[in-house]
Design a protein. Structure first.
Length: 117
């Protein structure tokens, strides 16, 4: 027969795991924002100095990166506010948002590398 305290330990562990994941995700979001800002600055500087030709593709890549960052930020807030029942679903959505953000950063870096002179 399970101890009445075993349910509390499970719940505490889940809350602890949730807090640890949330903290790590927040750190990752801050690091991603720093990377995003650095890439955007490098692109602007390259355009201003004439090393990079402005283009609609480049603009779309920058916009996609910003939109995907916003989506990751929103998913993190939703995860942090979620209850036990919704947490796994929000975690999966946040993981997907991270993948989309990483893909858009790679795409922008590729556009930057392809367009530099």
């Amino acid at each position: 027969m399970p101890s009445p305290h075993s349910e509390n330990r499970t719940s505490f562990r889940t809350v602890s795991e949730k807090a640890a994941y949330s903290k790590a995700a927040r750190k990752k979001l801050i690091e991603s924002k720093t990377k995003l800002d650095g890439v955007a600055f490098a692109v602007r500087q390259a355009v201003e100095t004439g090393r990079l030709e402005p283009s609609a593709q480049l603009d779309r890549a920058i916009e996609a990166m910003e939109v995907n960052f916003g989506a990751a930020e929103l998913q993190l807030r939703m995860l942090q506010k979620s209850g036990e029942d919704e947490w796994d679903e929000h975690r999966a959505q946040l993981d997907s948002a991270w993948e989309n953000l990483a893909r858009s950063i790679k795409n922008l870096v590729a556009r930057f590398a392809d367009g530099t002179r």
